[in-house]
Design a protein around this ligand. Structure first.
Ligand SMILES: NC(=O)c1ccc[n+]([C@@H]2O[C@H](COP(=O)([O-])OP(=O)(O)OC[C@H]3O[C@@H](n4cnc5c(N)ncnc54)[C@H](OP(=O)(O)O)[C@@H]3O)[C@@H](O)[C@H]2O)c1
Length: 256
């Protein structure tokens, strides 16, 4: 499958890194951006993929739109589409808007940056022109770099906040915890490693266990013990309200 990636930003690069690591043939991946230049050349060189400055979308089987949302529809309207499948990763652009312009099957995908390490979480919202075969191709493409979940018009905003935006929330949580370790004498990088590994291990348990989160907390927190007292602090300071407000804010379109 010949893949064109339009946009050489952080998210496109994370996907290319993950796809190459998954065994996707480098010679079948081509990247382009608006300005050409050093960023495009550097990203492509880092991952050994091809670049093109003036792309012809008709030469590819699948075209992934990885530019900022405000450029997507103009770009789509100005291309000569033939037999391509289109995947847009732009927030708040629906597959139907693209299908209307391109008359090609479109999937709105919402990946997150952990796709770089094949630990991504990608939401897939299938347009009305997508058949079973195309659906399987796109599911397999994003399945190479992590987990996938189907989303739709109603669920995509919450999905985007919970998976696309949440890495930044988790980094914020880590940044909040690290000073306690550095104050105790750990060097910063080591402190970050300690917290990140605890987070990664907890995520693994969450993925593998059917137990409720209350049950998992009880497994760690003996009543009145140090964990229990820490959890009480989180509750007294309204962590749930804070997390839910952050997710709701991130799910909201900026101009709402
Ligand atoms: N970052 C994330 O975690 C994340 C997660 C999920 C989805 N997304 C979505 O991914 C998209 C890209 O995000 P990003 O963080 O990677 O952005 P970014 O770092 O700003 O990169 C945007 C890229 O798109 C290129 N571009 C812009 N307009 C173009 C056009 N008309 N034709 C060709 N290339 C064009 C830019 O090239 P020039 O420099 O040449 O303009 C740049 O390489 C956004 O739509 C965002 O909603 C991002």
């Amino acid at each position: 499958m010949k893949l064109l990636i339009v946009g050489a930003g952080a998210m496109s690069e994370a996907l290319v890194q993950g796809w190459v690591a998954s065994g996707f043939a480098r010679e079948d991946i081509t990247m382009t951006n608006r300005s050409g230049g050093i960023r495009l050349t550097e990203v492509a060189a880092r991952h050994g993929v091809q670049t093109v400055e003036q792309e012809d979308v008709s030469l590819y089987d699948l075209v992934m739109l990885g530019m900022q949302p405000d450029g997507v529809l103009d770009y789509v309207a100005n291309q000569q589409w033939t037999n391509q499948t289109i995947v847009s990763i732009a927030a708040h652009i629906t597959p139907y808007e693209i299908e209307q312009l391109a008359k090609r099957p479109t999937v709105a995908a919402m990946p997150n940056t952990p796709v770089a390490h094949r630990l991504g979480m990608t939401g897939l919202w299938f347009g009305s022109r997508v058949n079973e075969e195309i659906r399987s191709v796109v599911e397999a493409l994003f399945g190479r770099v992590g987990e996938i979940a189907e989303a739709n018009e109603s669920t995509m905003p919450a999905f985007m906040a919970a998976a696309g935006c949440s890495p930044a929330f988790f980094y914020e949580v880590v940044a909040g915890m690290v000073p306690v370790l550095t104050d105790a004498g750990f060097e910063e990088g080591n402190a970050r490693r300690i917290v990140a590994q605890a987070m990664k291990g907890s995520a693994e348990i969450l993925m593998r266990s059917d137990a409720s989160t209350d049950r998992l907390i009880a497994d760690v927190a003996a009543p009145g013990g140090p964990t229990d007292r820490g959890v009480q602090v989180l509750r007294e300071r309204h962590l749930f309200d804070t997390m839910q407000a952050a997710l709701r804010e991130s799910s909201r379109e900026a101009d709402e």
